[in-house]
Design a protein around this ligand. Sequence first.
Ligand code: PLP
Length: 357
Amino acid sequence: MTELTGILTIDLGAVAANWAAIRARHAEAGGVETGAAVKADAYGLGAGQVAPALAAAGCRQFFVAHVAEGTEVRAAIGPGPMIAVLNGFRPGDDEDAGLTPVLNSPGDIAAWSGTGRDVLLHLDTGMARLGLSPAELDRLAEDPSPLRGVNLRYVMTHLACADDPSHEMNAGQAARFAAARARLPAAPFSFANSSGIFLGRDFASDLARPGCALYGINPTPGHPNPMRPVVSLAAPVLQVREVPAGTAVGYGASWVASRPSRIATVAVGYADGYLRALSGRALGWHNGEDVPLIGRVSMDLSTFDVTDHPAIAPGSMIELIGPDNTADDVGARAGTIGYEVLTALGRRYRRSYVNAA
Ligand SMILES: *Cc1c(COP(=O)(O)O)cnc(C)c1O
């Protein structure tokens, strides 16, 4: 029977293998534990399936951005592992949902002081985004008493440029983080994201926080991807039509056939997270051959020039993301990054989770 929606296949065995490989890499660099960033629905792949696969592989520390995400992960993995909420709590959030707040400001510290609860403390060492600023750290170092009433599980910071090993920010952040920790009460610390784990011993810590690498994104851009592929997305061909030279295809008539052509229309569009910026730029794959996307990506449909692929017919599947055409590749063609390609993946796909432990 012909498929009418795209099929998104997520290899949970590859996620678990990637986590184990990243953990080994962090341990080699001198690191202690390795957690997992499962924010944004595990980078679009489905936290309800991905988090239990990681827990089964041995992961004991999870990171989400929002309380609601943490609640979903908790329901999926059950009690025990830490689930840290990077963006923190707001008044009214359920403080008894079994989640661990990341304290990002003096106000956050004051709000949790004296509760005796587990917390993480985030220091800004070079992103000017979240976490205590250098001046706020100075004040806390002078008077650390607000921290006495909480259980400081980890002091953390986040790297701005870890995907570029030659960037001077990396060593600067490592030095600022070490200096800051020396001024605070002793506590375990959490440092590297995926790319940071590949930067070596100065970036190892008590708890690494990899995300993208677990999902198959290359944590070492410019070098071969050491991770196993996790995601494949295939789109069904709904119709194929023969058009004469001069025929315009799609919105804006942005592509016009220069020869008699066969046009395949597939059931994936920008509402599925197949970014409109891919218009005229993406490649699909079929039986190991690339097939050019032509014209505009529309909301629910995209078009491919299959003139040179006579085997493609209604019901054929064109691979949009896969080992030949990774999320990183698709991101590059859209002028963005693999992270955005994955987190944009839509709700309309038939999702197939394979190789669970
Ligand atoms: C998203 C995030 C991570 C994971 O980063 P990756 O580059 O996906 O490995 C780690 N720490 C923090 C604070 C994050 O926001």
